[in-house]
Design a protein around this ligand. Sequence first.
Ligand SMILES: Cc1ncc(C[n+]2csc(CCOP(=O)(O)OP(=O)(O)O)c2C)c(N)n1
Ligand SMILES: [Mg+2]
Length: 397
Amino acid sequence: MSSPEEWTHPGPGAPPATGAAPTAEQVIAGLRATDEGGADLVQLLTPEGERVQHPDFDIDVTAEELRGLYRDMVLVRRVDREANALQRKGQLGIWVPLLGQEAAQIGSGRALRPTDMAFPSYREHGVAWCRGIKPTDLLGIFRGTDHGTWDPVEHRFHPYTIVIGNQVLNAAGYAMGQKFDGAVGDADGEATICYFGDGATSQGDVHEGFVWAAVYDAPLVFFCQNNQWAISEPTERQSRLPLYQRARGYGFPGIRVDGNDVLATLAVTRWALEECRQGNGPVLIEAFTYRMDAHTTSDDPSRYRLSDELELWKLKDPIERVKVHLVKQQWADQGFFDSIEEEAERVAVELRDYCVNLPDPPAGRIFSEVYAEGNPVLEAQRDEFLAYHAGFAGGDH
Ligand SMILES: Cc1ncc(C[n+]2csc(CCOP(=O)(O)OP(=O)(O)O)c2C)c(N)n1
Ligand SMILES: [Mg+2]
């Protein structure tokens, strides 16, 4: 077997996928990234910017809506690049890039209604944008001045979760609550979306979340961003079959969408959320995409993947195809593109200024929101810590 599609879609007479381990050379060459996601991939906008039809998941978007999606993607990419640069300048402790995953995040994020709930992992800066969280509010966690700045109830966006797959359990419980509260069952129903990666699908928490959501018909969209890598581990080390097909074993639908296609992602996520609102959840979406940058700023992907893989995925860039389509349709002119660039620059300047001026929190802050009520052991630790700090020039910091 030579191609990843053959590993995962064996033809008649071929050995079953479970027996078809890729060779070391295939893994190192990153061949999986050269395919288009297989026959079942839902796509509405090709990498060349051509609009294609799909029998089940079509969508009508106006010129204004598409310009809006383009603006979202350009701005979150600019935020991402700026934050990455701020880490390089020593202004952030770490940054988790979203580069390449803008369409997966904006397409799904814009499918949500204000009443829906979202559970992110740690890379969902684009979804945060769609939930009305200011880019500056993302910085405190990565500068180490805050545990999480936004109000999860107000924004209906849970704090970032670093423990891989753990938010799937939180989301399953939340969605079961929506069901028990009777918030599900018609077009006005509520739904929950939960974001996790391809690597997370190997975690026990994700399996448990799938089981609970399935047997309680929870209104939960499992949104897996298959960006082909879990730090240095390729998807071949997570599964012997395409991830969306896992859903079948749990008894709910699984769909693979082109995660670099904002229209297809919007259409599929809207459909999945609607299914959940009506009480037909859960649904698994596998957004087939690519992590174009390092796992985090602490990672060096040149140690484990070849640059030709990245070059191939650059041809499938999620923003470029929308730009090409807007131009072809004459839905946007140069003035529009220039104005978005100017806006992106303003957002970046604001982000920089905010970051370098973020005050250090008082030393006792890390003790203040651990328990709802007083705790003598923690208070003793806090007092000792504060006394230690007071021994330095500058005191509290
Ligand atoms: C329970 C747990 N195990 C290990 C880690 C270390 N870790 C952080 S990110 C990561 C890879 C996750 O890959 P994936 O789920 O594909 O998400 P991506 O980072 O690609 O978005 C691992 C193993 C962790 N944070 N939590
Ligand atoms: Mg991944």
